[in-house]
Design a protein around this ligand. Structure first.
Ligand code: ADP
Ligand code: ASP
Ligand code: MG
Length: 421
């Protein structure tokens, strides 16, 4: 099937029935331009947060399988309502959940990766002239277990569908007008970017810029799918186009600043300084599907034959991580494991920093001038991240945004509320 556009609408865009009718109008507009339209929707408003709260009211540690069973219901509501809204406006439409489509994932509850998407039924409906409305965020394993893709995962559903269907473009409609130089909720004078490369967007997303799910950007890069982030509430605005770095004109050394407040630092003290200790620790964490981000191993204390290993993980993996550490205490012979929850990871990202010395020094000097202590540092060729105290996070982002020349004279418009959980 040719001429396919995938449109994805986030929670704020479908927060109530009036907004769903508005989304239906945006879909029909795209269809009237002559496209075959596949729509991916998130759960309405803060539904996913509300469902998680219900689970936590029942038990502090709900099973992951039942969590997926519960969370997947949110998107089920939106697809049916949007299909009804389209039909009511005279547009032939059909809703499909992940099981009906065949969005096959690995069997990892609450953060599954998509393995394969079956396209035959979608293509059949498109050939019949229907708009196909598909539930984001959810998947299904080979043995018909329901999974979800992690918070914000509807973006990944949309981009993966665009890749599988060989779509012309994937449009991510949200509550801001595109990708900004930083979160406009933190820095209202953030500048909207006309374009950004997959690589930079990936670093920003992994750095905590939740305007796009990190795996959505990874998937777009693999399939070379052009992705446009745009506003549901300002349909004529062209938003931000995400494309290959070779198609970009690089100007400033830093393109954007991101902050991630969802990580926790674990410090394992006085670990035996032997070959294989780090391998054992990180193997065991990987077996439990715990992703590790920053890692630092301190200089070995030769006399004691020990060193410290510090690493960061997602907040939600702390209990699992501490259980793993307890199990391998005998092998690592560490003295204690500390959990530091009051941290934020601040990242500056830019393809233009390659081959320009002094960017890291400028970042560290800016933080030092604010009296902010750096707890860990990690770099890639287009990113520098520093771990700092959580309560200094917004000050750090604003100062770095200014110092790297990213402030704009305009105030960004943000439509949605912050999740209250
Ligand atoms: P949706 O429900 O549509 O998926 P999200 O809340 O997941 O929306 O993502 C949009 C939000 O991402 C914005 O409201 C904004 O606060 C946040 N955000 C963080 N970093 C950025 C950035 N660099 N550019 C734009 N928005 C950003
Ligand atoms: N509804 C899910 C969430 O709130 C998925 C998404 O919106 O992308 O995380
Ligand atoms: Mg989102």
């Amino acid at each position: 099937m040719k001429n396919i556009i995938v449109q994805k609408f986030g929670g704020t865009s479908v927060a109530d029935t009036e907004k769903i009718k508005n989304v239906a109008r945006a879909v029909i507009r795209e269809k009237n331009l002559g496209h075959n339209v596949v729509v991916v929707v998130s759960a309405m408003g803060h539904t996913t947060d509300m469902l998680l709260k219900l689970a936590r009211d029942i038990t502090p540690n709900p099973s992951l399988r039942e969590t997926d069973m519960l969370l997947s219901t949110g998107e089920g509501v939106s697809i049916a309502l949007l299909a009804m809204a389209l039909q009511a406006q005279g547009c032939d439409a059909v809703s499909m959940n992940a099981m009906q489509v065949g969005i096959i994932t690995e069997k990892v509850h609450t953060k599954a990766r998509i393995l394969e998407i079956k396209t035959d039924k979608i293509n059949k409906y498109l050939e019949e002239g229907k708009v196909v409305v598909i539930a984001g965020f959810q998947g299904i394993t080979e043995d018909l277990e329901i999974t979800t893709l992690g918070r914000g995962g509807s973006d990944t559903s949309a981009v993966a569908l665009a890749g599988a269907l060989n779509a012309e473009r994937c449009d991510i409609y949200t509550d801001v007008e595109g990708v900004y130089t930083t979160d406009p909720r933190i820095v209202p004078c953030a500048s909207k970017l006309k374009q950004i490369s997959y690589e930079e967007m990936m670093e920003l997303a992994f750095g905590g810029a939740n305007v796009l799910h990190p795996r959505a950007v990874e998937t777009a890069k693999v399939h070379k799918t052009p992705v446009r982030v745009r506003s549901t509430f300002k349909l004529d605005d062209s938003g931000t186009l995400i494309l290959g770095v070779d198609e970009m004109e690089i100007q400033k050394p830093v393109t954007g600043v991101a902050s991630d407040l969802k990580q926790v630092r674990i410090v394992v003290c006085d670990v035996k300084d032997n070959p294989g200790t780090a391998a054992l620790l990180f193997d065991r964490l990987a077996q439990e599907n715990i992703s590790v981000d920053m890692i630092i191993q301190s200089y070995a204390r030769k006399d004691l034959h020990t060193n410290d290993i510090a690493f960061t993980i997602d907040k939600e993996d702390v209990d699992k991580t501490m259980s793993v550490l307890e199990l391998i205490k005998g092998d690592l012979e560490y003295s204690r494991a500390l959990v530091d929850e009051k941290i934020a990871k601040i990242s500056i990202v830019g393809a233009g920093m390659v081959g320009r010395p002094g960017i890291a020094a400028k970042m560290f000097r800016t933080l030092a001038n604010l009296g902010i202590n750096i707890k860990m540092i990690a770099t890639s060729d287009i990113k520098i991240s520093c771990l700092v105290d959580k309560d200094k996070s917004n000050d750090a982002v604003s100062a770095l945004h200014t110092v790297f020349g990213l402030d704009s004279n305009e105030i960004a418009e943000v439509k949605g509320d912050l999740p209250n959980i």
